[in-house]
Each structure stands twice: as C-alpha cells, then as structure tokens.
Design a protein around this ligand. Structure first.
Ligand SMILES: *[C@@H]1O[C@H](CO)[C@@H](O)[C@H](O)[C@H]1NC(C)=O
Length: 292
C-alpha cells in the first residue's frame, strides 16, 4: 500500500480507508491550545495541566486548539462556574470557518445557586443549525470535573457526558441532510456574559458582585485526524474491517447498552428537542427528525 500524501482521503471514505491515529495526547494545554482573548482572564496553569477561563464585568475569555481536526474522538474535562452563575455561558465546541461552516456545540447555561444548569447542544452542517437539544444533567457540574466528549466519524456524531451518550446526529446524506465531513474544525471554548437570554430566557441577570466567574479544564484527549496543509494525518493504510484499539472510534457506533443509556437521558433529562417542536417548523419538521 502506498503512503502518498495526496488528499484523496475524504473521497475514498468510508469504503476502504481506515485511520492511523494522530493523538494530541499528553494533555499539556500549552501544546494543544492558545488562549485567544480575554486579556489575561484565560490562563494555563500547573505546568499545562489546567486551563482556566474567567469572566468579569469588563470581559470574558476564550481559547482555541492549535490543530484543526477532520474526525476524531475528543474528550475534555470541565468544571463549570459554581455558585450563582446565572447569566454566564460556557461554550465548548468544534467549528470550521467560512459562511457554510460546520459546528458541533456544547453550551452550558448557568443558573442561580442550587438551580440546574442547562446543557444546550447543536449541530451545524454547511452553515445551517437550528438543531437544538437541551438537557439537565444528573449531577452538579460545578463541584467536580466531568468529561464531555464528541465522537465525530463519517457516519455519526455522538455527544457524551462521562461516557453516557446524550445525543446522536447521524449521517443522513442519503435523505439529503448535509453532514459535516469535508471541513476541518478547530476546538473552541469561551466563557462570556449572555444574561440577555441564558438563564430562564434572560429573566435572571448576572450578579457582578460574584465576579470573577471561573471555569476550569483538564485532561484533554483527542484521538483524531489532524488536518494540516490540506492533508489528514490519517492515511489510507488498511481496509475498514480491520480494527485496532486506536482507530475503533472511526467506525464506532452505540452498542445496545449505550443506546439504553441514551434513552435514559432523553427520557429523564431532555428539556428541549427541536425535533418535537412542531410549532417552530410550520412547514414540517426537518427531514432528519422524521428518521428517528
Ligand atoms: C434555572 O432554574 C430554573 C428554575 O429551576 C429552571 O427553570 C431553568 O431551566 C434553569 N436553567 C436555566 C439555564 O435557566
């Protein structure tokens, strides 16, 4: 098998291409991320083990990955703003660039002390989103670190929390729904003030006497295809039937235990699903909703 570095990789998929994994591991935030805004409010500390973002009345802060990825299993541990976090939003997402961008979103909407955060999710393909699903969590996301994961392969996107899938967005190109698979994405995160809409629809405002608000990040891991100079670090090297522990994510799907977990979350913790919001889509629900 030749190892030409041509970028025919996306074209051959998923027939005969399996992935050699370039893992951005080691979890040193200095290696994998840049703080991009916030004038010192974002920090990498403890020799790169921890990243913190903060927000005060003057500004929020944010960071982005050094690498772009085209498919991957990407894990990050987050501990969200504790106490009265009403009005604050912590966004953690993947996004490509341009006017027809792709995007995979986690957004954590803060709340008054003791009231539940909302985990808001969305998936954009070719510039079109409007695929919101929202959840409460089954734990307090401010007292400990929890792992938020995105599995993104050519067939599906699975959002997971501590290894429990909460949402799946399948590749339904066969019925005309665009799927993110050609545009490399970067990882972004930011903490900002969104008290015009975030908490109880904007009713509860940010209490600046509680500032600065701080969220922290640890143990980033990406088993992913890194995209650079128009080529993927994943090369065609094996038929898709071959599996190794390293590249299993590339064809991973949910087993029945995982599907049961997903149902448990959707039945008990889902608070909004665009696919059941008939009022919002008077012309009919989006096609992907009719499939599931
Ligand atoms: C905040 O708490 C209220 C009251 O329990 C709840 O209705 C709301 O969904 C919670 N989350 C947000 C982000 O508003």
């Amino acid at each position: 098998m030749s190892y030409s570095s041509s970028s025919k990789f996306p074209l051959l998929m998923p027939l005969m291409v399996a992935c050699l994994i370039m893992a951005a591991s080691g979890s040193n935030f200095h290696n994998d991320f840049d703080i991009t805004w916030g004038d010192g409010r974002g920090k990498i500390v403890n020799n790169g083990e921890v990243l913190t973002l903060s927000l005060d009345k003057q500004s929020g802060s944010g960071f982005q990955s050094k690498n772009e990825y085209l498919f991957g299993k990407i894990d990050m541990q987050l501990k969200l703003v504790p106490g009265n976090s009403a009005g604050t939003v912590t966004a953690y997402y993947l996004s490509s660039k341009g006017t027809t961008w792709d995007e995979i979103d986690f957004e954590f909407l803060g709340n008054l002390s003791g009231d539940p955060y909302i985990l808001h999710t969305n998936a954009f393909s070719q510039g079109k989103g409007n695929r919101e699903q929202q959840f409460y969590l089954w734990f307090d996301p401010t007292t400990d670190l929890h792992t938020y994961s995105i599995l993104w392969n050519p067939e599906r996107i699975i959002f997971s929390v501590d290894d429990t899938p909460i949402r799946e967005f399948k590749n339904m190109e066969s019925i005309g729904v665009p799927f993110p698979k050609n545009q490399p994405m970067r990882i972004y995160s930011s903490l900002w003030n969104a008290d015009d809409w975030a908490t109880r629809g904007g009713l509860v405002k940010t209490d600046w006497t509680q500032a600065p608000f701080t969220a922290s990040y640890r143990n980033f891991n990406a088993d992913a295809c890194v995209w650079s100079n128009g080529a993927s670090s994943c090369k065609s090297n094996a038929p898709s039937s071959s599996t190794s522990t390293n590249n299993a994510w590339f064809s991973q799907e949910m087993d029945s235990a995982k599907q049961q977990r997903l149902q448990w979350v959707q039945q008990n913790y889902m608070i909004y699903n665009y696919c059941t919001d008939a009022k919002r889509f008077p012309q009919g629900l989006p096609s992907e909703c009719k499939m599931s």
